[in-house]
Design a protein around this ligand. Structure first.
Ligand code: FAD
Length: 287
Protein backbone atom coordinates (compact mmCIF):
# COMPACT_ATOMS: atom_id res chain seq x y z
CA UNK A 1 0.00 0.00 0.00
CA UNK A 2 1.34 3.46 -0.86
CA UNK A 3 2.06 6.00 1.84
CA UNK A 4 -0.36 8.95 1.60
CA UNK A 5 0.58 12.61 1.51
CA UNK A 6 -0.70 14.48 4.56
CA UNK A 7 -1.67 17.97 5.66
CA UNK A 8 -2.42 19.28 9.14
CA UNK A 9 -4.82 21.84 10.58
CA UNK A 10 -3.95 23.86 13.68
CA UNK A 11 -5.79 26.60 15.51
CA UNK A 12 -4.33 29.93 16.62
CA UNK A 13 -3.38 30.33 20.29
CA UNK A 14 -5.40 32.41 22.73
CA UNK A 15 -2.84 32.47 25.55
CA UNK A 16 0.87 32.13 26.13
CA UNK A 17 0.37 28.49 27.07
CA UNK A 18 -1.64 28.03 23.87
CA UNK A 19 1.26 29.50 21.87
CA UNK A 20 3.63 26.90 23.29
CA UNK A 21 1.15 24.15 22.53
CA UNK A 22 0.79 25.29 18.92
CA UNK A 23 4.54 25.54 18.54
CA UNK A 24 5.12 22.07 20.00
CA UNK A 25 2.40 20.63 17.78
CA UNK A 26 3.93 22.03 14.61
CA UNK A 27 7.39 20.95 15.75
CA UNK A 28 6.16 17.40 16.36
CA UNK A 29 4.40 17.07 13.00
CA UNK A 30 6.69 19.07 10.67
CA UNK A 31 9.13 16.12 10.31
CA UNK A 32 6.32 14.16 8.61
CA UNK A 33 6.81 16.54 5.66
CA UNK A 34 3.17 17.64 5.18
CA UNK A 35 2.14 18.99 1.78
CA UNK A 36 0.80 22.01 3.64
CA UNK A 37 -0.51 23.03 7.03
CA UNK A 38 -3.25 25.50 7.88
CA UNK A 39 -4.39 27.72 10.72
CA UNK A 40 -8.08 28.25 11.42
CA UNK A 41 -9.92 31.55 11.68
CA UNK A 42 -11.89 31.99 14.89
CA UNK A 43 -15.66 32.13 14.75
CA UNK A 44 -16.83 35.60 13.76
CA UNK A 45 -13.29 36.57 12.74
CA UNK A 46 -12.29 36.66 16.41
CA UNK A 47 -8.71 35.51 15.70
CA UNK A 48 -7.96 37.73 12.69
CA UNK A 49 -4.62 38.97 14.02
CA UNK A 50 -3.62 35.71 15.68
CA UNK A 51 -4.27 33.65 12.55
CA UNK A 52 -2.09 36.00 10.54
CA UNK A 53 0.69 35.91 13.12
CA UNK A 54 0.51 32.12 13.37
CA UNK A 55 0.68 31.51 9.59
CA UNK A 56 3.56 33.95 9.29
CA UNK A 57 5.48 32.27 12.12
CA UNK A 58 4.85 28.71 10.94
CA UNK A 59 5.69 29.47 7.31
CA UNK A 60 8.78 31.43 8.31
CA UNK A 61 10.20 29.20 11.04
CA UNK A 62 9.37 25.74 9.73
CA UNK A 63 9.51 26.42 5.99
CA UNK A 64 6.16 24.66 5.57
CA UNK A 65 3.64 25.63 2.90
CA UNK A 66 1.04 27.31 5.07
CA UNK A 67 -2.56 28.34 4.47
CA UNK A 68 -4.63 30.80 6.45
CA UNK A 69 -8.33 30.14 6.87
CA UNK A 70 -10.64 33.06 6.16
CA UNK A 71 -14.39 33.50 6.63
CA UNK A 72 -16.94 36.11 5.53
CA UNK A 73 -18.56 36.48 8.96
CA UNK A 74 -19.06 39.93 10.39
CA UNK A 75 -16.73 41.82 8.06
CA UNK A 76 -17.04 44.00 4.98
CA UNK A 77 -15.47 42.88 1.71
CA UNK A 78 -12.75 45.44 2.23
CA UNK A 79 -11.92 44.13 5.72
CA UNK A 80 -11.94 40.51 4.55
CA UNK A 81 -9.65 41.24 1.63
CA UNK A 82 -7.40 43.24 3.94
CA UNK A 83 -6.91 40.08 6.03
CA UNK A 84 -6.08 38.14 2.85
CA UNK A 85 -3.54 40.77 1.84
CA UNK A 86 -2.11 40.55 5.35
CA UNK A 87 -1.52 36.84 4.72
CA UNK A 88 0.19 37.68 1.44
CA UNK A 89 2.39 40.28 3.14
CA UNK A 90 3.46 37.51 5.53
CA UNK A 91 4.41 35.31 2.55
CA UNK A 92 1.22 33.21 2.63
CA UNK A 93 -0.79 32.93 -0.59
CA UNK A 94 -2.78 29.76 0.24
CA UNK A 95 -6.22 30.36 1.75
CA UNK A 96 -8.93 27.99 2.97
CA UNK A 97 -11.98 30.11 2.13
CA UNK A 98 -15.16 29.56 4.11
CA UNK A 99 -18.44 31.26 4.70
CA UNK A 100 -18.11 30.60 8.42
CA UNK A 101 -20.67 29.73 11.05
CA UNK A 102 -23.12 32.30 12.43
CA UNK A 103 -21.74 34.20 15.44
CA UNK A 104 -22.62 32.92 18.94
CA UNK A 105 -26.32 33.41 19.64
CA UNK A 106 -27.32 33.97 15.97
CA UNK A 107 -29.54 31.33 14.40
CA UNK A 108 -28.34 31.77 10.81
CA UNK A 109 -25.57 33.33 8.78
CA UNK A 110 -26.43 36.89 7.74
CA UNK A 111 -23.95 38.63 5.48
CA UNK A 112 -22.44 41.91 6.62
CA UNK A 113 -24.18 44.73 4.68
CA UNK A 114 -20.96 45.37 2.75
CA UNK A 115 -19.62 41.83 3.03
CA UNK A 116 -19.37 38.75 0.84
CA UNK A 117 -22.79 37.15 0.60
CA UNK A 118 -21.46 33.60 0.57
CA UNK A 119 -18.43 31.40 0.10
CA UNK A 120 -18.71 31.40 -3.70
CA UNK A 121 -18.26 35.18 -3.79
CA UNK A 122 -15.32 34.97 -1.41
CA UNK A 123 -13.61 32.23 -3.43
CA UNK A 124 -14.03 34.21 -6.66
CA UNK A 125 -12.57 37.39 -5.16
CA UNK A 126 -9.57 35.56 -3.70
CA UNK A 127 -8.88 33.54 -6.85
CA UNK A 128 -9.05 36.74 -8.93
CA UNK A 129 -6.35 38.18 -6.68
CA UNK A 130 -4.06 35.23 -7.32
CA UNK A 131 -4.54 33.30 -4.07
CA UNK A 132 -4.49 29.50 -4.11
CA UNK A 133 -7.91 28.73 -2.67
CA UNK A 134 -9.21 25.58 -0.98
CA UNK A 135 -12.79 25.15 0.21
CA UNK A 136 -14.76 23.04 2.67
CA UNK A 137 -16.84 20.01 1.60
CA UNK A 138 -19.32 17.86 3.49
CA UNK A 139 -19.51 14.06 3.00
CA UNK A 140 -22.28 13.97 5.62
CA UNK A 141 -24.23 16.87 4.13
CA UNK A 142 -23.89 20.29 5.79
CA UNK A 143 -26.80 20.96 8.19
CA UNK A 144 -27.96 23.82 5.94
CA UNK A 145 -27.93 21.74 2.76
CA UNK A 146 -31.32 21.32 1.10
CA UNK A 147 -30.25 17.82 0.01
CA UNK A 148 -27.09 15.80 -0.53
CA UNK A 149 -27.20 16.65 -4.25
CA UNK A 150 -27.72 20.37 -3.55
CA UNK A 151 -24.66 20.26 -1.29
CA UNK A 152 -22.55 18.82 -4.12
CA UNK A 153 -23.97 21.34 -6.60
CA UNK A 154 -22.91 24.13 -4.23
CA UNK A 155 -19.44 22.64 -3.90
CA UNK A 156 -19.17 22.64 -7.70
CA UNK A 157 -19.98 26.35 -7.71
CA UNK A 158 -17.12 26.96 -5.26
CA UNK A 159 -14.71 24.98 -7.43
CA UNK A 160 -15.92 26.72 -10.59
CA UNK A 161 -15.36 30.08 -8.84
CA UNK A 162 -11.64 29.25 -8.67
CA UNK A 163 -10.92 26.81 -5.83
CA UNK A 164 -8.21 24.27 -6.60
CA UNK A 165 -9.14 21.64 -4.01
CA UNK A 166 -11.77 20.78 -1.40
CA UNK A 167 -11.07 19.54 2.12
CA UNK A 168 -13.85 17.68 3.84
CA UNK A 169 -15.37 18.03 7.25
CA UNK A 170 -14.50 15.01 9.41
CA UNK A 171 -16.59 11.87 9.05
CA UNK A 172 -16.41 8.38 10.51
CA UNK A 173 -17.75 6.03 7.85
CA UNK A 174 -15.47 5.54 4.83
CA UNK A 175 -18.46 4.57 2.67
CA UNK A 176 -19.96 8.02 3.33
CA UNK A 177 -16.83 9.64 1.88
CA UNK A 178 -16.61 7.24 -1.05
CA UNK A 179 -20.25 7.81 -2.03
CA UNK A 180 -19.69 11.57 -1.71
CA UNK A 181 -16.63 11.36 -3.94
CA UNK A 182 -18.70 9.47 -6.52
CA UNK A 183 -21.44 12.12 -6.39
CA UNK A 184 -18.81 14.86 -6.87
CA UNK A 185 -17.34 13.05 -9.88
CA UNK A 186 -20.83 12.55 -11.36
CA UNK A 187 -21.49 16.29 -10.92
CA UNK A 188 -18.36 17.07 -12.94
CA UNK A 189 -16.08 18.11 -10.08
CA UNK A 190 -12.55 17.31 -11.21
CA UNK A 191 -10.66 19.05 -8.38
CA UNK A 192 -9.22 16.78 -5.68
CA UNK A 193 -11.44 16.11 -2.66
CA UNK A 194 -9.16 15.58 0.34
CA UNK A 195 -10.73 13.62 3.22
CA UNK A 196 -10.49 15.35 6.60
CA UNK A 197 -9.82 13.02 9.53
CA UNK A 198 -10.28 13.77 13.20
CA UNK A 199 -8.31 11.49 15.51
CA UNK A 200 -10.65 11.65 18.52
CA UNK A 201 -8.89 13.34 21.42
CA UNK A 202 -11.98 13.94 23.53
CA UNK A 203 -14.99 11.76 22.86
CA UNK A 204 -17.53 13.98 24.67
CA UNK A 205 -16.48 17.13 22.79
CA UNK A 206 -16.32 15.23 19.50
CA UNK A 207 -19.89 14.04 19.96
CA UNK A 208 -21.25 17.53 20.53
CA UNK A 209 -19.17 19.02 17.70
CA UNK A 210 -20.34 16.26 15.34
CA UNK A 211 -23.95 17.01 16.26
CA UNK A 212 -23.44 20.69 15.40
CA UNK A 213 -21.66 20.18 12.09
CA UNK A 214 -23.74 17.25 10.83
CA UNK A 215 -21.07 14.52 11.03
CA UNK A 216 -22.87 11.24 11.63
CA UNK A 217 -21.49 8.89 14.28
CA UNK A 218 -22.36 5.26 13.51
CA UNK A 219 -24.05 3.55 16.51
CA UNK A 220 -21.44 0.78 16.79
CA UNK A 221 -18.65 3.35 16.86
CA UNK A 222 -20.39 5.32 19.61
CA UNK A 223 -20.67 2.18 21.72
CA UNK A 224 -17.04 1.25 21.07
CA UNK A 225 -15.83 4.70 22.13
CA UNK A 226 -17.99 4.62 25.27
CA UNK A 227 -16.50 1.25 26.20
CA UNK A 228 -12.92 2.37 25.44
CA UNK A 229 -13.43 5.46 27.64
CA UNK A 230 -14.82 3.38 30.47
CA UNK A 231 -11.80 1.10 30.24
CA UNK A 232 -9.28 3.97 30.06
CA UNK A 233 -8.23 2.99 26.52
CA UNK A 234 -9.76 5.87 24.57
CA UNK A 235 -6.46 7.06 23.03
CA UNK A 236 -5.56 3.60 21.88
CA UNK A 237 -8.97 3.08 20.36
CA UNK A 238 -8.92 6.55 18.73
CA UNK A 239 -5.65 5.77 16.94
CA UNK A 240 -6.89 2.34 15.83
CA UNK A 241 -10.20 3.78 14.59
CA UNK A 242 -8.59 6.68 12.66
CA UNK A 243 -5.88 4.42 11.23
CA UNK A 244 -8.46 1.89 10.02
CA UNK A 245 -10.51 4.66 8.40
CA UNK A 246 -7.41 6.15 6.79
CA UNK A 247 -6.24 2.75 5.60
CA UNK A 248 -9.52 2.10 3.82
CA UNK A 249 -9.40 5.53 2.16
CA UNK A 250 -5.86 4.96 0.93
CA UNK A 251 -6.91 1.54 -0.37
CA UNK A 252 -9.65 3.35 -2.31
CA UNK A 253 -7.13 5.65 -3.98
CA UNK A 254 -6.98 8.64 -1.62
CA UNK A 255 -3.41 9.82 -1.97
CA UNK A 256 -3.75 12.73 0.47
CA UNK A 257 -5.28 12.85 3.95
CA UNK A 258 -5.94 16.00 5.98
CA UNK A 259 -5.78 15.80 9.79
CA UNK A 260 -7.62 17.99 12.29
CA UNK A 261 -4.91 18.02 14.96
CA UNK A 262 -6.61 20.30 17.52
CA UNK A 263 -3.03 21.26 18.44
CA UNK A 264 -2.60 17.82 20.02
CA UNK A 265 -0.07 16.10 17.78
CA UNK A 266 0.28 12.68 19.42
CA UNK A 267 -2.73 10.89 17.98
CA UNK A 268 -2.16 12.32 14.50
CA UNK A 269 1.48 11.28 14.62
CA UNK A 270 0.53 7.74 15.69
CA UNK A 271 -2.08 7.41 12.95
CA UNK A 272 0.45 8.65 10.38
CA UNK A 273 2.98 6.11 11.68
CA UNK A 274 0.42 3.33 11.23
CA UNK A 275 0.11 4.42 7.59
CA UNK A 276 3.87 4.38 7.09
CA UNK A 277 4.16 8.18 7.22
CA UNK A 278 7.13 8.54 9.57
CA UNK A 279 9.71 11.28 10.14
CA UNK A 280 12.49 11.50 7.60
CA UNK A 281 15.02 12.14 10.41
CA UNK A 282 15.91 9.52 13.07
CA UNK A 283 13.47 9.55 16.00
CA UNK A 284 16.11 10.79 18.45
CA UNK A 285 16.27 14.02 16.42
CA UNK A 286 12.48 14.48 16.39
CA UNK A 287 10.31 16.10 19.06
P1 FAD B 1 -20.68 27.01 2.43
O1 FAD B 1 -20.08 27.01 1.12
O2 FAD B 1 -21.11 28.30 3.00
O3 FAD B 1 -21.94 26.13 2.43
C1 FAD B 1 -22.38 25.29 3.46
C2 FAD B 1 -23.56 24.51 2.90
O4 FAD B 1 -24.72 25.32 2.96
C3 FAD B 1 -23.33 24.16 1.46
O5 FAD B 1 -22.67 22.93 1.34
C4 FAD B 1 -24.72 24.23 0.89
O6 FAD B 1 -25.38 23.00 1.05
C5 FAD B 1 -25.40 25.26 1.72
N1 FAD B 1 -25.39 26.62 1.14
C6 FAD B 1 -24.76 27.71 1.63
N2 FAD B 1 -25.06 28.79 0.89
C7 FAD B 1 -25.88 28.37 -0.09
C8 FAD B 1 -26.54 29.01 -1.17
N3 FAD B 1 -26.45 30.34 -1.38
N4 FAD B 1 -27.30 28.26 -2.01
C9 FAD B 1 -27.44 26.93 -1.80
N5 FAD B 1 -26.84 26.27 -0.78
C10 FAD B 1 -26.08 26.97 0.06
N6 FAD B 1 -15.24 27.78 10.39
C11 FAD B 1 -14.62 28.87 10.94
O7 FAD B 1 -15.30 29.74 11.50
N7 FAD B 1 -13.26 29.02 10.88
C12 FAD B 1 -12.46 28.12 10.23
O8 FAD B 1 -11.25 28.29 10.19
C13 FAD B 1 -13.08 26.97 9.64
N8 FAD B 1 -12.34 26.04 8.98
C14 FAD B 1 -12.96 25.00 8.33
C15 FAD B 1 -12.19 24.13 7.55
C16 FAD B 1 -12.80 23.09 6.85
C17 FAD B 1 -11.96 22.17 6.00
C18 FAD B 1 -14.21 22.89 6.95
C19 FAD B 1 -14.87 21.76 6.21
C20 FAD B 1 -14.99 23.76 7.73
C21 FAD B 1 -14.38 24.82 8.41
N9 FAD B 1 -15.12 25.74 9.17
C22 FAD B 1 -14.50 26.84 9.75
C23 FAD B 1 -16.57 25.56 9.36
C24 FAD B 1 -17.40 26.32 8.29
O9 FAD B 1 -17.21 27.70 8.44
C25 FAD B 1 -18.87 25.95 8.49
O10 FAD B 1 -19.09 24.60 8.19
C26 FAD B 1 -19.86 26.85 7.74
O11 FAD B 1 -21.17 26.60 8.24
C27 FAD B 1 -19.90 26.58 6.26
O12 FAD B 1 -18.89 27.18 5.59
P2 FAD B 1 -18.43 26.64 4.14
O13 FAD B 1 -17.73 27.74 3.46
O14 FAD B 1 -17.70 25.38 4.29
O15 FAD B 1 -19.73 26.19 3.42
Amino acid sequence: MSVPAVSFEFFPPKSLQGSFRLWESVRALAPLAPEWVSVTYGAGGSTRKLTREAVAAIGGEFGLRTAGHLTCVDASREETLEVAEGFRAAGVTDIVALRGDPPEGADAFRPHPDGFRDSVELVGALADRGFRVRVGAYPDPHPEARSADADVAWLKRKIDAGACEAVTQFFFDPEVFLRFRDRCAAAGIAAPIVPGLLPVENWGKTRSFAARCGAVIPDDLAIAFDVAERDGRADLFAVAQAAELADRLVEEGCGHLHFYTLNRPDLTRDVCAALGRVPAAPLSAVA
